[in-house]
Ligand binder design. Structure first.
Ligand SMILES: N[C@@H](CCC(=O)N[C@@H](CS)C(=O)NCC(=O)O)C(=O)O
Length: 216
């Protein structure tokens, strides 16, 4: 299976964690991708030109993170990362969304920040930042209930890892750890799993955001 994704030094993606937890990582043929480059090969598989995108050996494309993770989860019986049914499933899918939106909002926030400074829309930062910090506070309250390893927890851990990555790159100012020892303990425990150890042979050095190109 071909996996289009964007590996960066010091960043762990959900797709890696899921594939390793499921024992299928070696079946992935990674295709290091810069989605903003409008690469035709990626757009041919996924018209949205987004990562992660998986292309199965028979050519079937699977894209949208949640579809990719659930497909990988289906390849081996254990550990079951998507609870199969009932309230447990929907609670965990909600955690998957929460972590995903932390990722998406902080990604969109960086795109906004890469516009020329006099084009920055402060209302966008305000909206995104308040959502991200409320999400972190909610996770801090809830993480005592997190049990085992599930897609929801992987998503939340990767959302927090992405904030750390953005902070190291200078585009997200604050650390989420101070005043949240409970969340920090849970995060350290889950990210100590072997599935969170970097495995990428090739990494993207930097993304060129479209807004850096001349505006016309
Ligand atoms: N939450 C989404 C995230 C997908 C996404 O927006 N990926 C970004 C990663 S940088 C992307 O491909 N951006 C390229 C673009 O929108 O042009 C998912 O899991 O599918």
């Amino acid at each position: 299976m071909r996996l289009y994704y964007t590996p960066f030094k010091g960043l762990i993606h959900k797709v890696q964690v899921v594939a390793i937890e499921k024992g299928v990582y070696d079946r992935l043929e990674p295709r290091c991708t810069v989605p903003y480059d409008r690469w035709e090969e990626l757009a041919g598989a996924n018209p949205l030109s987004k990562v992660p995108t998986l292309v199965l050996d028979d050519g079937t494309p699977i894209y949208g993170g949640p579809a990719v993770y659930e497909f990988l989860d289906s390849l081996a019986p254990e550990p079951k990362l998507f609870p199969p049914s009932g309230k447990e499933r929907y609670v965990d899918l909600t955690r998957l969304s929460l972590g995903d939106w932390i990722f998406d909002l902080s990604n969109q926030r960086t795109i906004e920040r890469n516009r020329p400074v006099d084009h920055w829309r402060y209302a966008v930062f305000d909206r995104f930042d308040s959502a991200i910090w409320r999400a972190i506070d909610r996770i801090d309250q809830d993480c005592v209930d997190y049990k085992g390893i599930t897609i929801g927890q992987i998503s939340i851990a990767c959302g927090l890892l992405y904030l750390d990555f953005q902070r190291r790159g200078g585009s997200f100012a604050e650390d989420w750890r101070p005043g949240r020892p409970q969340l920090q303990r849970w995060f350290e425990k889950i990210t100590a799993r072997p599935s969170f150890v970097p495995r990428d042979d090739e990494v993207v050095e930097r993304l060129t955001y479209p807004y850096k190109r001349p505006l016309n």
